[in-house]
Design a protein around this ligand. Structure first.
Ligand code: PEP
Ligand code: MG
Length: 598
């Protein structure tokens, strides 16, 4: 489409990941692969069988192609998993049973295949043998591909396009972003979502500009349209004319210069003007982000979201694989004052493992369902593999472990019992681990916050997950763009809850970190510090701006801000106080003086 002949259209969404990008659109529509079920007439039977055979052949070709690519880019070891996938396609039992199911039920072939594959996945995932259990993941992955081909859907990846594109999607799952090629995706725009949905968190870490909640945009554009994405302001411009491109080009240069100067200044100590040290750590999803964390001068990792390991490979990684990854992180951040806080698996909610029908049955309310610690306590064998991997990694650096989505003492006690069993097993085998590895609880469910005193007696530290805490406290689905404006970190209920948690933790003499997105938002950083948070953890690219602010403020002022904010009756008044505090510090000459940025 020629941008000169078409009018410029400006649409507003939610600014989700900073940056400006311009390019052609790749339209990505996600839909679930629940196959339709219908009866097949006798005269259609031969055609149905031929369709099945064709889908198997196409799937084989796709897997071969991916295997070759992975071999080329990552090496033969990484590509071996696809040999297992090819074996699934040759599994005569799976194919034969599908054909038998087709004979007896006369249902369409995808319904028969889906039914048999689910039965297999369930059976394999319950076997008490690591090798065979891993095969459930292989079958799951291959089954998804076969279904995709039977249903005539394009391969669901964010890379199957030529050149560089702006991805415009109805929705993007965190697993989409895991497999995404950063070099090809210029920006992401979605119809749905909010600042704290997990796919957006990943985009921010990868420095991919993103705008979300642009309702129905996918219905207004077609593949190949030109768009400009402003991830700072949340604006998307369809068919931008030359003038607009020029204006945004200048904005981009100014922003980049500013970011570069903040990055250079970030090597300076994280200390307020009145001498209080503020510990800043990074949130990571993958170990290839560690260099970026170091470049931002973070003191290690405050939240390692391990579920991305599971989502990357669409399967449960073995204890050995996990150990290697956690050990690499522990060793990388081995300096004094550095540490790595590894969070146990938080699958579920908006992060199901792709293709894992057996493990994650359909739920009406996944965010209130089988997620995180609940899922782990239902799958103890899998959970214990992760616990042992983390314990073993603790022999190689300062590792802390924390459990997500703790709702009360029962879950925490059970998780700690399993951890004690793992310790005993390792001791018996003479395997080294840190006997004093700190074990903490995430506070991200209001019930946990209310019993913070009870949990504090059983925890070595707290880490407040504000993304979920706000979601559950205010009953605002963190991924729903229609109510995203009601998601208010400054709500008086949020402030009171944060104060309560910090007070209870400090009474029990344990530290409190905050690792939700609020911790990386410079407008709310002084409030969190003023409320008593001991540490903050955020996506690495956000650290330079937060550190700059820390160096431009006094802790005594932050405490006064928190006292004032707690007196307010409305979120808007709290937000106004926080904005004013932030803007004054960023404009003050002392900010520049302390950070030597000018
Ligand atoms: C949170 O809920 O704030 C958090 C840090 O965890 P996640 O975003 O991974 O749910
Ligand atoms: Mg959470």
């Amino acid at each position: 489409m020629d941008a000169r002949n078409t009018p410029e259209i400006i649409v507003q969404g939610i600014a989700a990941s900073p940056g400006i990008a311009h390019g052609r659109v790749f339209r990505h529509i996600q839909s679930d692969l629940a196959p339709p079920s219908y009866q097949v007439r006798p005269e259609q039977r031969a055609g149905e069988q031929a369709r099945f055979e064709r889908a198997l052949v196409t799937t084989r070709q796709q897997i071969q192609r991916i295997k070759t690519e992975v071999e080329k880019n990552l090496g033969a070891d990484e590509a071996r998993i696809f040999d297992a996938h090819l074996l699934v396609l040759e599994d005569q039992a799976l194919i034969g049973e599908t054909e038998r199911e087709f004979e007896t039920s006369s249902k369409n072939i995808e319904t028969c295949f889906d039914k048999v594959a689910r039965r297999y996945i369930q059976a394999f995932s319950e076997i008490d043998d690591e090798y065979l259990r891993e095969r459930a993941g292989d079958i799951r992955d291959v089954a998804q591909r076969v279904l995709q081909n039977l249903l005539g859907r394009a391969e669901q990846t964010l890379n199957n396009f030529d050149g560089n594109r702006v991805v415009v999607a109805n929705d993007i799952s965190p697993s989409d972003t895991v497999g995404m090629d950063r070099n090809k995706v210029l920006a992401i725009v979605t119809d749905s979502g909010s600042r704290t949905s997990h796919a957006v968190i990943v985009a921010r870490t990868l420095r991919v500009p993103a705008v979300v909640g642009v309702r129905d945009l996918t219905k207004r554009i077609v593949d190949g349209d030109q768009v400009l994405v402003d991830g700072y302001e949340g604006t998307v411009i369809i068919n931008p004319p030359e003038q607009t491109l020029l204006r945004y080009g200048k904005i981009q240069v100014t922003r980049r210069n500013m970011e570069q100067r903040l990055l250079e200044a970030s090597s300076q100590p994280s200390v307020t003007l009145d001498g209080a040290e503020v510990m800043l750590r990074a949130n990571i999803e993958r170990t290839d982000e560690m260099e970026q964390v170091r470049a931002c001068s973070a003191k290690g990792v405050g939240l390692f979201r391990t579920e991305f390991l599971y989502m990357q490979g669409n399967r449960v990684p073995s204890e050995e694989e996990q150990y290697r990854v956690y050990k690499a992180a522990a060793e990388f951040f081995g300096n004094e004052n550095e540490s790595v806080t590894i969070r146990t698996l938080d699958l579920g909610g908006d992060k199901p493992m792709p293709g894992s029908q057996g493990l994650f049955p359909q739920e009406a309310n996944p965010f209130l369902g089988m997620r995180a610690i609940r899922f782990c306590l239902e799958h103890e064998h899998m959970f214990k593999e992760q616990l042992r991997a983390i314990l073993r990694a603790s022999a190689h650096g300062r590792v802390l472990l924390m459990y997500p989505m703790i709702s009360g003492p029962d879950e925490l006690d059970r998780a700690n019992e399993l951890l004690a069993e793992c310790r005993a097993e390792l001791r018996e085998k003479g395997v080294a681990f840190d006997e004093k590895m700190p074990v903490g609880s995430m506070i991200e469910i209001p019930s946990a916050a209310m019993v913070a005193d009870i949990l504090a007696r059983r925890s070595d530290f707290f880490s407040i997950g504000t993304n979920d805490l706000i979601q559950y406290l205010l009953a605002i689905d963190r991924g729903n763009e229609r109510i995203a404006h009601l998601y208010e970190p400054g709500h008086p209920a949020v402030l009171r809850m944060l104060r309560h948690v910090v007070e209870q933790a400090h009474k029990a003499k344990i530290k409190v970190s905050v690792c939700g997105e609020m911790a990386g938002d410079p407008r709310y950083v002084p409030l969190l510090l003023g409320l008593g948070a001991d540490e903050l953890s955020m996506a690495a690219p956000l650290i330079p701006a937060v550190k700059f602010l820390v160096r431009a403020m006094k802790m005594s002022d932050a405490k006064a801000l928190a006292t004032e904010a707690l007196k307010q009756d409305k979120a808007a008044k709290v937000a106004a106080l926080c904005n004013a505090f932030h803007n004054e510090r960023m404009a003050s000459p002392s900010a520049a003086g302390n950070s030597k940025i000018q």
